[in-house]
Write a protein that binds this ligand. Structure first.
Ligand SMILES: *[C@@H]1O[C@H](CO)[C@@H](O)[C@H](O)[C@H]1NC(C)=O
Ligand SMILES: *[C@@H]1O[C@H](CO)[C@@H](O)[C@H](O)[C@H]1NC(C)=O
Ligand SMILES: *[C@@H]1O[C@H](CO)[C@@H](O)[C@H](O)[C@H]1NC(C)=O
Ligand SMILES: *[C@@H]1O[C@H](CO)[C@@H](O)[C@H](O)[C@H]1NC(C)=O
Ligand SMILES: *[C@@H]1O[C@H](CO)[C@@H](O)[C@H](O)[C@H]1NC(C)=O
Ligand SMILES: *[C@@H]1O[C@H](CO)[C@@H](O)[C@H](O)[C@H]1NC(C)=O
Ligand SMILES: *[C@@H]1O[C@H](CO)[C@@H](O)[C@H](O)[C@H]1NC(C)=O
Ligand SMILES: *[C@@H]1O[C@H](CO)[C@@H](O)[C@H](O)[C@H]1NC(C)=O
Ligand SMILES: *[C@@H]1O[C@H](CO)[C@@H](O)[C@H](O)[C@H]1NC(C)=O
Ligand SMILES: *[C@@H]1O[C@H](CO)[C@@H](O)[C@H](O)[C@H]1NC(C)=O
Ligand SMILES: *[C@@H]1O[C@H](CO)[C@@H](O)[C@H](O)[C@H]1NC(C)=O
Ligand SMILES: *[C@@H]1O[C@H](CO)[C@@H](O)[C@H](O)[C@H]1NC(C)=O
Length: 519
């Protein structure tokens, strides 16, 4: 035992303290120098670069954002976390040639270069050098041109995120070569053409996020073969055809996001059997859903969108089983009937039911919610007065009730909703010759009360934050109060078609932000 620890001690004593290879340190120092050089022209006095610890007299394995392997014989740089390096108010732009020195560090397994305002084409030859890469994150830059094919030869790659850039062109079929890939994130680029069927070779794939591009043609019919997919996000593209029925084979799916494409046909009913599904977002296509079918979902959703999915009849009852629902969008359907009591009790955060044919008055229980953030009921046939307890909905930010048949006064308690910032009551039959004191709704930026039956003097108790104030087509009377000039952020004021006396007063001109006045 003593011998062993002696041996160990000697071993530690005689092991030379290993530092990173000289050529790798030089590559990093060169990267730092060219970064400083590139930013100096924007901010000559203090180049806003966060690489202070990159000191040539220290071992580069001790620098910030640099990770070395802990192998006994050599210590190579294996990971660089170079995220958000530039701190500057100036609009600094870096060229993609800034990456050149890094391509000499062939031992890299992880490279994170997100949020760096790098512009230009991605140097394919350079990435061909980085054959050990497992994790590559380049999101939120401004890389353009096509995705270089060399990227798809990185056969160890498990994570590829190049989202929020300006990559153009097709997704090359070579993508099917990256058979280790688990996360493919190409969101928010300018990619077009089809989703290549070779993508079905990526059997390990857990995330496929191709959203916010211009991809067209059909979703590969055998997408159901990617048995490990948990996130399938194809939102905002131009995909056509039907939802492949194999999608119901994706038993591990948690997010299915197909909104805003050109899909047609039926929503596969077996989707309801996918136990782990949390987000089911299918709106904004031309899909149809046979909602008469008796549905007993096995999932527990937090987000559901079936906007414009041809829903008819009452709001589907099965939704009441979704106890953890946070976002519900059933807008642009032909739903009828009343606002369901069960929905008022469910504590949903965002409820969007606009553009349907719903009717009845609003259940007061809805406004005792501790979570209600957005309620959008515009363009239905709701009627009656707003419940007096509306002010209990203290988490409310957005309330849009336009084009219904609501009437009566706006309850005083609305002024208790501190965070309310959009209030659209236009095109109803609201009345009353006094309004609540909106000066305590300190966030209230957009107010549209137009086309109602409000009377009395134009109120002046609005928030200083108000940007849009639309009071046209009511029965307001009297003169405009000088206090309106206190609304220092007002950009749009519409008071036309009322019974206001006199000319437009001069003090309105004191509001320097005001662009549009409709009198
Ligand atoms: C720094 O930038 C200037 C031009 O902007 C260039 O001539 C020079 O070679 C650059 N130096 C380094 C070390 O990149
Ligand atoms: C680098 O480190 C040495 C010793 O720790 C220090 O004297 C020197 O000022 C540092 N250089 C820079 C540029 O920070
Ligand atoms: C690839 O790495 C080698 C060093 O191993 C280097 O000489 C070469 O310039 C690199 N290629 C590119 C395109 O950066
Ligand atoms: C990429 O961006 C750079 C810099 O803005 C520009 O010069 C180049 O023409 C662009 N390339 C393509 C293919 O759009
Ligand atoms: C890469 O993919 C292409 C087209 O799918 C194929 O022809 C080629 O053999 C693949 N290369 C490797 C190294 O697998
Ligand atoms: C899914 O992932 C598991 C564990 O990561 C892996 O063992 C399995 O091979 C994958 N499934 C497929 C179809 O590749
Ligand atoms: C996948 O779906 C297809 C069509 O829905 C079906 O024929 C096939 O048996 C399913 N495969 C598995 C493994 O469940
Ligand atoms: C939606 O699809 C139906 C057929 O399924 C078609 O008649 C209709 O024109 C489509 N509507 C739109 C807006 O594309
Ligand atoms: C809306 O419902 C009313 C009855 O509540 C009905 O008269 C009307 O036709 C419906 N409108 C549409 C567009 O379905
Ligand atoms: C809601 O508001 C009413 C009247 O404004 C009040 O009596 C009641 O206690 C409130 N309920 C909750 C749960 O806050
Ligand atoms: C709106 O409500 C009033 C009663 O407040 C009723 O007389 C009228 O018929 C309703 N209009 C519509 C279009 O439903
Ligand atoms: C407007 O606010 C002032 C003081 O902030 C208050 O005295 C006045 O009664 C309020 N007017 C209305 C109509 O709420």
């Amino acid at each position: 035992m003593a011998k062993l620890s002696l041996l160990l001690g000697l071993l530690i004593l005689f092991t030379p303290s290993l530092s990173c290879p000289v050529h790798q340190k030089q590559a990093l120092l060169q990267f730092k120098a060219s970064l400083i050089n590139a930013t100096t022209s924007f901010s000559p006095k203090s180049p806003p670069v966060l690489l202070e610890s990159w000191n040539s007299s220290l071992d580069c394995c001790h620098w910030d954002m640099v990770i070395c392997s802990s192998r006994f014989v050599s210590r190579n740089v294996v990971a660089l976390y170079l995220e958000d390096l530039i701190w500057s108010k100036e609009p600094i732009v870096l060229s993609s040639t800034i990456l050149t020195p890094l391509f000499r560090i062939r031992s890299l397994t992880q490279l994170v270069m997100s949020w760096n305002q790098i512009q230009g084409e991605l140097p394919g030859d350079g990435f061909a050098n980085l054959t050990e890469l497992v994790h590559l994150a380049l999101w939120n830059n401004d890389f353009n041109g096509s995705i270089p094919s060399q990227l798809f030869h990185l056969k160890h790659l498990q994570y590829l995120d190049i989202s929020s850039n300006s990559f153009q062109g097709n997704i090359p079929k070579e993508i099917g070569n990256m058979t280790k890939l688990q996360h493919l994130i190409l969101r928010s680029n300018e990619l077009f053409g089809e989703i290549p069927s070779s993508i079905l070779n990526l059997k390990e794939l857990k995330t496929m996020d191709l959203s916010y591009n211009s991809l067209s043609m059909e979703i590969p019919v055998d997408i159901g073969n990617l048995a490990n997919l948990t996130i399938l996000d194809l939102n905002c593209n131009k995909l056509t055809g039907t939802i492949p029925s194999t999608i119901q084979n994706l038993t591990k799916l948690e997010i299915l996001h197909l909104e805003s494409n050109l899909l047609i046909g039926d929503i596969p009913s077996k989707l309801f059997n996918i136990k782990d599904l949390k987000g089911l977002l299918l709106g904004g296509n031309n899909l149809t859903w046979n909602n008469n079918a008796k549905i007993v979902p096995k999932f527990t959703l937090s987000e559901l969108s079936t906007r414009s999915c041809g829903l008819t009849g009452e709001i589907p009852n099965w939704i009441s089983t979704q106890k953890t629902l946070e976002i519900l969008d059933l807008s642009e359907n032909q739903l009828e009937g009343m606002f369901p009591k069960w929905l008022a009790e469910m504590e949903v955060g965002t409820i969007i039911l606009s553009d349907n044919n719903l009717t009845g008055s609003l259940p007061p229980r809805l406004f005792n919610s501790q979570k209600l953030y957005a309620l959008s009921l515009s363009r239905n046939n709701f009627y009656g007065e707003l419940p007096n307890n509306i002010g209990n909905a203290t988490t409310l930010g957005i309330l849009t009730l336009a084009r219904n048949n609501f009437s009566g006064k706006v309850p005083e308690s609305i002024s208790k909703i501190y965070g309310l910032y959009l209030l659209d009551l236009s095109n109803n039959k609201f009345s009353g010759n006094t309004l609540p004191d909106f000066s305590s709704n300190v966030q209230l930026q957009i107010i549209d009360f137009s086309s109602n039956e409000f009377s009395g003097e134009i109120p002046t108790n609005f928030s200083q934050e108000t940007i849009i104030l639309a009071l046209g087509k009511n029965k307001f009377s009297g003169r405009l109060s000088r206090n309106l000039a206190n609304m220092s952020k007002l950009e749009y004021l519409d008071i036309h078609d009322n019974k206001i006396k006199g000319e437009l007063p001069d003090f309105i001109c004191q509001i320097s932000t005001l662009h549009i006045v409709i009198f």
